[in-house]
Structure formats: structure tokens, C-alpha cells
Design a protein around this ligand. Structure first.
Ligand SMILES: NC(=O)c1ccc[n+]([C@@H]2O[C@H](COP(=O)([O-])OP(=O)(O)OC[C@H]3O[C@@H](n4cnc5c(N)ncnc54)[C@H](O)[C@@H]3O)[C@@H](O)[C@H]2O)c1
Length: 246
């Protein structure tokens, strides 16, 4: 899969899956803007592609517009948008019966609005480049309910499935593809609570291990690449078989 000379924005690249994706793109020769609300992580790879880090709140439309403008100014084009931005607030996100509305709004802003905004500001640049690819990150929680409800998270992830299909259809004629990944249990900063308990979590996963950010990056780079040139509006479940089991 060649990404030589291509340019990407990876939103949510301050850690976890986003950082793994950005690093793989850099290694494959792409020029990458890594954007996140967190400070710059140390583990950003050096070349062969170039990169820069942009710290900011991607629920803010002005920040998103500036980030995309800086990316295109730095690299001269935009070919790919990946958005892994998301929060899972165990202690605050709960059932619709008790969740406070401020939490509901914040989770929807971060998990959904940021994806809409980055796509809104990326599409004109992707069009200018003659096409490109977008990958959004939902969750297997978009496929099911949960007795231990996290309703804001689940609703935001469900909405990303339809947003991805809508982007795919609206911009197919511009040669812009859009797909969504539904990760299952993946050891990342979001799931730091599983550190040291991997075996316990792995018992619920048919393939017998917890996922890694690299597993998600592998799927993402495939969907971005020309190997996936006939795939758009699709959902790729990357969960070690959890959702396949009745
Ligand atoms: N880890 C899992 O088990 C799992 C499972 C299913 C889905 N997911 C989803 O995959 C995606 C990536 O998750 P991860 O595991 O890499 O978690 P992560 O916490 O490492 O990554 C999410 C990133 O989003 C960033 N972010 C949060 N709010 C932001 C904002 N307002 N502006 C800019 N950046 C912001 C965070 O700083 C963080 O770096 C998320 O959308 C998550 O919901 C994760």
C-alpha cells in the first residue's frame, strides 16, 4: 500500500489508535497533520513522511478550519481524513434516566460534532485533490444496547454510522470514499482500566486477546489505501469476533 507524497489529517492523534494510524502513514511516506486536544506525544515517528502536531479542541469550528488550512498550506494538498476523536466517560455517561444534560451535550459534541466538522472542512480540499478517503471511528457499542448504559456514547457512535454512509453517498461522484470502523475492546489510553487485566477481558473475545491500536491502524490504512478503491459506505468491525458471537 503506497502513501508516498499523499497528505493526511489524523484527528485524535494524541494517543491510542490515532497516533498508531498517523505513525503508520508517516512510515508509508505520507505527510501528516496530527491533531488532538492533548499535548504533543513523544512517540511521533520521524519520516520518511513529514508531520506536524496541532493541539486544539476539534469541537470548535474555527480550530477545525484552521487545522485543515494549515495542513493544506504545509503539504499542498489533502488526500485523507481520519477521525478517532472520542470520549467514554464511565463516571458521568449513564442511562437517559439520570445522565445530566451537560454531559450528554459534551459527549455528542466531541464524539459526533468533531467528526462532522472535520469532514465539512476536509471535503473541499479532497475535491480539489481529485478525490480521497475518509475513515471515521465508531464502536461496536453502536450495534447493541447495554444494561450498564452509556447512552450518550452509544447514541454518538450510532450516529457516526449514518453520517459515514451519508458522506459516502453525497461525495461518491467526487471520488471521495468514506468508511467507518467499529472497534471492539482495544487497549489504549481510553481503556487504561484494563491495564494488567488483559487476560480477564480476553476471555470475552473469541480470538482470545484484547485488540491493540495497531490492529485498528491496520484496518484503517487498508480502507484509506487504493486496495479499498471500490469500498465506500462500509462498516468494518474490528473486534476479534465479539459481535459475531450470539
Ligand atoms: N479503546 C477501545 O476499546 C475502543 C472501542 C470502541 C471504540 N473506540 C473508539 O475509537 C476511537 C479511538 O479511541 P482510543 O482507544 O484510541 O482512545 P484515546 O482516548 O486514546 O483516543 C481518543 C483521542 O481523542 C482526543 N480528544 C478527545 N476530545 C477531543 C477534542 N475535543 N478535540 C480533539 N481531540 C479530542 C483525546 O485526547 C484522545 O487522544 C474513539 O472514538 C473511541 O470511542 C475505542
Amino acid at each position: 500500500m503506497s502513501f508516498e507524497g499523499k497528505a493526511a489529517l489524523v484527528a485524535g492523534a494524541g494517543g491510542g489508535m490515532g497516533l498508531a494510524i498517523a505513525n503508520d502513514l508517516i512510515t508509508a511516506g505520507a505527510n501528516v497533520c496530527l491533531a488532538d486536544i492533548k499535548p504533543r506525544p513523544e512517540e511521533i515517528r520521524e519520516g520518511p513522511g513529514t508531520s506536524f502536531y496541532r493541539q486544539g479542541d476539534l469541537t470548535d469550528e474555527a480550530v477545525v478550519a484552521e487545522t485543515l488550512a494549515e495542513t493544506v498550506a504545509a503539504f499542498g494538498r489533502l488526500d485523507y481524513l481520519v477521525n478517532t476523536v472520542g470520549v467514554l466517560w464511565f463516571e458521568r455517561d449513564s442511562s437517559l434516566l439520570e445522565i445530566d444534560l451537560e454531559t450528554w451535550d459534551q459527549v455528542l459534541d466531541i464524539n459526533l460534532r468533531s467528526h462532522m466538522l472535520t469532514a465539512r472542512h476536509a471535503v473541499p480540499h479532497l475535491r480539489e485533490a481529485g478525490g480521497g478517503a475518509i475513515v471515521l471511528f465508531s464502536s461496536i457499542q453502536a450495534l447493541r444496547g447495554d444494561r450498564l448504559a452509556q447512552d450518550a456514547y452509544g447514541a454518538s457512535k450510532g450516529a457516526l454510522r449514518s453520517l459515514s454512509k451519508s458522506i459516502a453517498i453525497q461525495f461518491a461522484a467526487d471520488n471521495i470514499r468514506c468508511n467507518v470502523i467499529l472497534p471492539g475492546a482495544t487497549l489504549s489510553p481510553m481503556q487504561a482500566r484494563w491495564q494488567g487485566k488483559e487476560d480477564e477481558v480476553a476471555r470475552h473475545i473469541p480470538l482470545g486477546r484484547v485488540g491493540t491500536p495497531q490492529d485498528q491502524a491496520n484496518a484503517c490504512l487498508f480502507l484509506l489505501s487504493d486496495k479499498a478503491s471500490f469500498i465506500t459506505g462500509a462498516e468494518l468491525i474490528v473486534d476479534g469476533g465479539i459481535t459475531a458471537e450470539a
